[in-house]
Design a protein around this ligand. Structure first.
Ligand code: URA
Length: 445
């Protein structure tokens, strides 16, 4: 196995590893052969792991990263959306705390005439996942055959599903190796992982929300910019229109953290009552999707269209249609009380007076996981009802004894486990601090 030559390549697998380890670039054919060999069991896990480590240290050129992305995309099914009229656009977030944007964004953008084939993930670690939030809706089904996915995008304007076994299967196996070999934090590997899955959906354009800060995967603006530039460049080389928008994830987005609570808050956005930061994030990403989707010429025209889809409730109607098509209960849009609810709500009170100058998104996310709203292993179930409702946001004035946040829990013991942690996640200072803008940068071709 070790010495096997792949598909007519001049170099064997060990030679390719040594070449990459020494800083050399692999050809398109070599990368395609490697991924094909790995998919079919001809390249061993230990060889792929060595190559991942060599890549981690030596990096890849944009051409190599593009070849890796396309080879990983082609390791499974590439959805054919050519029968759906229009420019198909998706959005991907690198993950944050309270990030329920996809739930309100997708129906709003679809309501403005851009078809959205959205394949999302589940929460892992401190970040939540769109699928878990959708599954808080009674009956909502996140899996369907590809033909039905295509039909729903055409008929309803949007389908919201999970990754199927045949979408970029090489990514799934490579990601599992990266996870246990210390090779996750590599810009070319992250780029290929994210883009291979998105390109397999059959999209024409992508808006990437790169979250930056304590609660995000990318902790610094420099790292976030490097990832954003890489994805925009490789997406462009793969002939797709890609924009990356860097948004702050120092503090949670919106007030709600936890699945049903977040779904209810996303519905509030569709009904014109969403929190300012969440609405702004939705409008910024949505405006770019409408521009890339060719239905708006400028950002201001796009924002007007999205605001009108909120005012007229057109976005809310599209969300109801999506829920109905995916076997969920569409009445949750008008009656959010139909979403699961935790039996106990306990207030977390401030021990100080002052201004909220920080809310550690990572600590809030980890508290939600500890309550059962998230998972620490991919095979764990989540409790849709539990979570945290922030009452105070950055810049708010707070008096000693006032409620900072509420925890929605099954029992008192669960509240006791997290209340101090949530209180400690709040920074309360005598003087207010300048709040950083939500949008930190936009990177286009
Ligand atoms: N998300 C992905 O899908 N892949 C990565 O490598 C990192 C984040």
């Amino acid at each position: 196995m070790k010495k096997r030559k792949t598909h007519g390549n001049a170099r064997s697998i060990p030679e390719l590893i040594v070449h990459k380890r020494s800083g050399g670039a692999l050809s398109k054919e070599e990368i395609a052969g490697l991924i094909e060999g790995f998919t079919h069991g001809d390249v061993a896990d230990y060889q792929m792991s060595a190559l991942l480590m060599a890549t981690f240290f030596q990096g890849m050129t944009p051409e190599e990263t593009t070849a890796l992305t396309l080879a990983m995309r082609d390791s499974g099914t590439v959805v054919d959306l050519s029968k759906v009229p229009g420019i198909k656009v998706d959005k991907h977030s690198t993950g944050g705390v309270g990030d329920k944007v996809s739930l309100c964004l997708a129906p709003l953008v679809a309501a403005c005439g851009v078809p959205i084939p959205m394949v999302s993930g589940r929460g892992l670690g401190h970040t939540g996942g769109t699928l878990d939030k959708l599954e808080a809706i009674p009956g909502f089904n996140v899996s369907m055959p590809v033909a039905q996915f295509v039909k729903q995008v055409r008929d309803v304007g949007c389908a919201l599903i999970g990754q199927t076994a045949d979408i970029a299967p090489a990514d799934k196996r490579i990601y599992a190796l990266r996870d246990v070999t210390g090779t996750v934090e590599s810009i070319p590997l992250i780029t290929a992982s994210i883009l291979s899955k998105k390109l397999a959906e059959g999209i024409d354009a992508l808006v990437l929300d790169v979250k930056v800060g304590r609660g995000a995967f990318m902790k610094t603006i420099e790292d976030a910019r490097a990832l954003a530039r890489s994805i925009v460049r490789v997406g462009t080389l793969a002939k797709k229109r890609v924009t990356a928008i860097l948004t702050s994830m120092e503090a949670p987005l919106g007030f709600a953290v936890g699945n049903a609570l977040e779904t209810a808050e996303a519905i509030e956005v569709l009904l014109g009552r969403g929190p300012d930061d969440l609405v702004e994030c939705t409008l910024v990403l949505g405006a770019e999707m409408l521009r890339l989707g060719g239905v708006a010429k400028s950002e201001s025209a796009a924002r007007k269209m999205l605001s009108e889809a909120i005012r007229s409730r057109k976005g809310a109607r599209v969300f109801e249609n999506i829920i109905r098509a995916q076997k969920g209960d569409p009445r949750v849009v008008a009656e959010p009380d139909r979403l699961p609810r935790a039996p106990r709500v306990v207030g977390v009170k401030s021990t100080r007076s002052g201004f909220v100058t920080g809310i550690d998104a990572l600590e809030i996310g980890l508290s939600a996981v500890a309550m059962g709203a998230g998972r620490t292993r991919a095979d764990q179930a989540v409790d849709p009802a539990v979570g945290i409702m922030l009452h105070k946001k950055l810049g708010d004035k707070i008096a000693k004894g006032e409620v900072l946040a509420e925890v929605h829990v099954r029992d008192k013991a669960a509240a006791d486990r997290v209340c101090d942690r949530i209180r400690d996640a709040y920074e309360v200072s005598p003087r207010a601090k300048k709040i950083l803008p939500l949008v930190l940068d936009t990177i286009r071709k």
